[in-house]
Design a protein around this ligand. Structure first.
Ligand SMILES: Cc1cc2nc3c(=O)[nH]c(=O)nc-3n(C[C@H](O)[C@H](O)[C@H](O)COP(=O)(O)OP(=O)(O)OC[C@H]3O[C@@H](n4cnc5c(N)ncnc54)[C@H](O)[C@@H]3O)c2cc1C
Length: 328
């Protein structure tokens, strides 16, 4: 057996004993909605071993199917969803395609449309659904998954004798590899779901993983207007701004893609500066990959100080202003 570290997952693999009707055809299906960001799913599917194919079923626009067809998968089925309908309207067709050639493992990304498609495929296969897989081992008769539980602070090992549906980080859009595979088009009647209105997010999207310096803001900040203080520091430090979960979900001061932790983003910047953050485990697991962690907190007993390289005990309003002025 081999172990590989693949996009944040330990993937254990061994060659699968192929028996008639199980493992010979499709080894893994990947379900895709209207975003072709499935690089990680392809890598995980390939790492499962076996000599079956990696197939993808796409419910989004034709352009998504074309990107997926050129991404290195062995087979692509496209259930074109009519204009004005969301990809999840094609959930029955996606489930049918997957069930027609049942896999050991079906993989889907975390965005809302992909979750619906994965759920439909899992229901059609009577598959176990797991949402926090850290590692997957495909054996001759069972699939073993080490799954994160309790907000990512513990693991459980699950052994499943039937098919398994895994919800994982999709990763990035895969680079085109070669000429690609032909697209098999299926026509199916979608659910009568229509998009009535699209409301753009009030928050600007951010890729925290691209930032070398990140300032995390917590509930120590008293008011949304005070974010201007953090913005000034971020400009001086050339840093991106992130936050704890309650700042994004609850206070709604920032977009949900900015919160860090077990249910948010996991980042590995050179510097993470936690400002007014208590340091609960669910937050700090998101920055374990940071090279240097610094915290500012007025409570000398705050849990964050046990997990940082440097700590500044004091009022964030005074300290942030002081650091900004020194940096300027
Ligand atoms: C299943 C589950 C999943 C979760 N997932 C996440 C997650 O992914 N990410 C996440 O962030 N949280 C997550 N949480 C919530 C997490 O447990 C904490 O509640 C949250 O991280 C606390 O946010 P905070 O540190 O901003 O606020 P608080 O815990 O309220 O801390 C505020 C801190 O600010 C300090 N402070 C106050 N005033 C000042 C001042 N003037 N100057 C300096 N410091 C000051 C205080 O001393 C305190 O330490 C999850 C919880 C559960 C149950």
């Amino acid at each position: 057996m081999r172990c590989d570290w693949v996009h944040g997952y330990w993937v254990h693999w061994q060659w699968v004993r192929c028996e008639k009707g199980f493992g010979m055809s499709v080894n893994a299906w990947i379900v895709v909605g209207d975003q072709p960001a499935i690089g990680n799913l392809i890598t995980v599917a390939r790492s499962l071993g076996g000599d079956g194919t990696i197939a993808a079923v796409v419910a989004g626009p034709r352009a998504v199917a074309e990107t997926v067809a050129a991404s290195g998968v062995d087979r692509v089925v496209w259930c074109g969803t009519p204009d004005g309908s969301p990809a999840e309207a094609s959930a029955p067709a996606v489930a049918e395609a997957v069930a027609a050639d049942p896999p050991r493992v079906v993989l889907g990304g975390r965005n809302p449309g992909d979750r619906v498609l994965l759920g439909a495929a899992a229901a059609a296969l009577h598959a176990a659904v797991l949402t926090g897989a850290r590692s997957v081992t495909v054996g001759a008769d069972t699939v073993t998954v080490v799954n994160a539980v309790y907000g990512d602070i513990s693991d459980e090992t699950v052994e499943i004798s039937g098919p398994v549906a895994l919800l994982l980080d999709g990763g990035s859009v895969p680079a085109a590899s070669g000429a690609g595979v032909p697209i098999e088009e299926v026509t199916a009647t979608p659910y009568g779901v229509k998009v009535l209105e699209t409301i753009p997010s009030e928050f600007e999207e951010v890729d925290l993983n691209a930032a070398q310096r990140v300032i995390g803001v917590g509930r120590g900040l008293k008011a949304k207007e005070d974010l201007s203080l953090i913005e000034a520091l971020a400009a001086a430090l050339k840093a991106e701004i992130a936050c704890s979960r309650p700042v994004a979900e609850g206070l709604n001061w920032m977009g949900k893609d900015r919160y860090i932790g077990s249910s948010g983003a996991r980042i590995s910047p050179q510097l993470y500066l936690a400002v007014g953050i208590s340091g609960q485990l669910q937050h700090m697991v998101g920055v374990t990959g940071a090279e240097t962690i610094v915290a500012i907190n007025s409570d000398p007993n705050a849990a964050v100080f046990a997990q940082t390289d440097y700590g500044l005990v004091g009022d964030l309003y005074e300290l942030v202003a002081e650091i900004t002025s020194v940096l300027k």
